[in-house]
Design a protein around this ligand. Structure first.
Ligand SMILES: Nc1ncnc2c1ncn2[C@@H]1O[C@H](COP(=O)(O)OP(=O)(O)O)[C@@H](O)[C@H]1O
Ligand SMILES: [Mg+2]
Length: 302
């Protein structure tokens, strides 16, 4: 069992009590947060000490408070955190849509803070264009990039993928003709086929019913295990994070910082049965406890 206690836990917003004390017991203190020096590859993504706030009429709304995290090359990292804590804002900063007040975003070791076009992104709602067919929506991934393959090649590639995710026969359909799960698959394919190496997925399955969600998780695992791009995945669902990810960052209440970093060392391809294993259940229990603690703190703060 190697649940990690991240250094970042010390940057919990002032004024809220730190939950450091509740982490003891089965946990081993981590070595200083996954130092990448000494590894062969530079991380796909490093978010370093990012601070962000929104200006409100008379005051500032602090949203991110010294948040740092790393996604290694080919790693599937997940973020879980309280609702409204700043998760989507973090994605907007990584995607260059918002500039942080302090801190930086590095990709492959390069400072890309505030630069757009470096990531592929799947927002919370499947953002398919209603006036484009499924095939055209998926092809869109290539249109925005100068390095995209020529159209015929891209079309063949898109059709192959559509078939492999059960959307053969729906190439010419429009989004409204598809179920929620099918739309999600198309939106995910679009993100997957875009040429950027890092994929950000913002609660991609939250709008789906439990059965479809479980199908989609399996499906995402299969595709990702063949493809192994670097992924950062936001979810509310702790079990989903444990099933999919190699590493989980647990965020604090707003303004968010990384409270805990959890290693998820289960073998790949992941089997469904891991959800029954003691190591899985122990992590699930521990992360739930941390989240409940954050909820308690949120209720206590004015
Ligand atoms: N453009 C914005 N202007 C002002 N406040 C915002 C804006 N976007 C988000 N917020 C606020 O910032 C906080 C974090 O939002 P968000 O990042 O969407 O949270 P999460 O994705 O974790 O639920 C919330 O209180 C939200 O109301
Ligand atoms: Mg959000």
């Amino acid at each position: 069992m190697t649940l990690k206690h991240n250094e970042q836990a010390q940057t919990v917003p002032s004024g809220s009590t730190t939950i450091k004390g509740s982490n003891e017991g089965s946990l081993t203190p981590a070595p200083a947060a996954m130092s990448v020096s000494g590894t062969r590859n530079l991380p796909a993504l490093e978010v370093q000490d990012v601070h962000a706030s929104f200006r409100e009429r008379r005051s500032k709304l602090p949203v991110l408070n010294g948040l740092s995290l790393t996604v290694e090359q080919g790693e599937f990292a997940a973020i879980v955190g309280p609702s409204g804590c700043g998760k989507s804002t973090l994605f907007h900063i990584i995607g260059g849509l918002l500039k942080p007040q302090a801190g930086q975003v590095l990709m492959n070791g390069q400072n890309v803070t505030g630069q757009r076009g470096k990531i592929s992104y799947m927002p919370q709602q499947p953002a398919l264009f209603p006036w484009r067919t499924i095939e055209e929506n998926v092809l869109l991934a290539g249109e925005v990039s100068a390095s995209a393959p020529p159209k015929a090649e891209a079309l063949a590639e898109a059709r192959k993928w559509l078939a492999s995710v059960g959307l053969a026969g729906f190439e010419q359909a429009y989004p409204h003709m598809l179920s929620g799960g099918m739309q999600q698959r198309a939106a995910f394919l679009r993100a997957l086929l875009s040429p950027q190496e890092l994929m950000l997925l913002d609660e991609p399955f939250s709008a789906l019913d439990a059965l479809t969600r479980s199908d989609m998780q399996r499906w995402l695992l299969d595709i990702w295990e063949q493809n192994r791009c670097s992924v950062l995945f936001i979810t509310h669902n702790i079990e989903e994070a444990l099933l999919l990810a190699d590493r989980i960052y647990v965020l604090s209440n707003r303004p968010a910082a990384v409270l805990q970093e959890v290693d998820v060392p289960f073998d790949r391809p992941r089997r469904e049965e891991i959800t029954e294993e003691p190591a899985f259940l122990e992590r699930k229990r521990q992360i739930s406890e941390w989240m409940r603690e954050e909820q308690r703190k949120a209720r206590l703060s004015p």
